[in-house]
Design a protein around this ligand. Structure first.
Ligand code: MRU
Length: 342
């Protein structure tokens, strides 16, 4: 099995070291966090991004929050809420902060216990991703051509990846012929990050403008679409990177399987449906500028939602470390919740 030689996040001594994803692929440089404010900034500015990687980094943010609080539990709680506010859509952020904060409060802000819990989130995420890869690769027929969107690889997680993890596992089993990666406007996670990971892994891949996907799907050149999720609600609706919903509609129209791959930490069991998900709107200059250069007319209005919601009726299956969830999603997600005791 191939192994990555990079990590999106790693706690080294007292520092949280993030691979700065704003600079890839041309500059490979770390961004080092020492404070909860550093972690807040890194998540908000997308130094670290991808739902599970955000969760992993936030766990260590809680450690910094506890250290800075110096026993003041109210100050600690305020820092945790601040961290959660960094980005609203990926549920892994609040899930991780609440999980580590609970241990923090129960242990009287004991740093060793807090760090162990944050480490556990990272270790579990890597293990879950390998399991997702194994389970998801059972869906891939030999010689498959797969299309993916955004970046869901080792950079977007604590290691290996979700949808890209499925692709890598299937590739290592000799099942994948080719991968198409959407460039993923406006932040180019596909062009900058997925392409970087695919090239490093030696997987034959082609980068496409997002709007080329419809033609490839219509022409029968895609066997399935696999992408990630930022929040999956109790009825199986999937919030993911902007463009996911459109892809799901095209897949439905042409009968192409459409899978979302995510750990169960991305399922928001308490949220009934996708209409309730807060969709982050990001700054206008992400659309009007590329790498600091203006590409749009000055004075134009901009709408820049970072994510969209795909209705469960467009989703062929949700690949988790616990198995593949299919219709009826509400019943099957409720059963999963009972099984996990969440
Ligand atoms: O805005 P981003 O880059 O954080 O968005 C990332 C995505 O939408 C991913 O598909 C999702 O987080 C899953 S990552 C395994």
């Amino acid at each position: 099995m191939m192994k990555e030689d990079f990590k999106a996040l790693e706690m080294r001594g007292d520092e949280l070291v993030l691979l700065d994803q704003r600079l890839l692929p041309t500059v490979v440089e770390d961004f080092v966090c020492h404070t909860v404010e550093d972690v807040y900034f890194a998540i908000r500015d997308m130094v670290v991004r991808g739902a599970p990687a955000i969760g992993g980094a936030a766990g260590y943010g809680v450690l910094f929050a506890a250290r800075e609080a110096k026993g003041d539990i109210e100050a600690f709680r305020r820092s945790c809420e601040h961290l959660i506010a960094a980005r609203p859509t990926a549920v892994n952020l609040s899930w991780a902060v609440r999980r580590v904060a609970k241990v923090a409060e129960e242990s009287g802000l004991d740093e060793e216990r807090i760090r162990a819990e944050a480490d556990a989130i990272v270790a579990e995420d890597i293990a879950m991703n390998h399991r997702i890869g194994e389970i998801g690769s059972s869906l891939i027929r030999p010689g498959a051509t797969i299309l993916t969107h955004c970046n869901t690889g080792a950079l977007a997680t604590c290691g290996w990846g979700t949808a890209l993890g499925v692709i890598k596992t299937a590739w290592s089993k000799g099942l994948v012929k080719h991968v198409y990666a959407d460039e993923t406007r406006p932040r180019f996670q596909g062009a900058r990050l997925t392409a970087w990971e695919l090239v490093r892994a030696g997987i034959p891949a082609t980068l496409i403008p997002d709007s080329a996907a419809a033609t490839l799907i219509r022409d029968g050149r895609i066997d399935c679409v696999i992408l990630g999720a930022d929040r999956i609600t109790a009825n199986g609706d999937v919030a993911n990177k902007l463009g996911t919903f459109a892809l799901s509609c095209i897949c439905k129209l042409y009968g192409v399987p459409f899978y979302s791959a995510a750990p169960t930490s991305t399922i928001d069991f308490d949220m009934a449906s996708g209409d309730m998900i807060e969709i982050e709107e990001r700054p206008q200059d992400e659309v009007t500028h590329v790498n600091g250069s203006q590409v749009a007319a000055s004075g134009i209005g901009v709408y820049n939602p970072a994510f969209d919601v795909t209705p469960h009726s467009n989703v062929t299956g949700i690949i988790t470390e616990e198995g593949i969830i299919r219709e009826p999603y509400d019943v099957n997600i409720a059963a999963l919740r009972r099984r996990l005791g969440r």
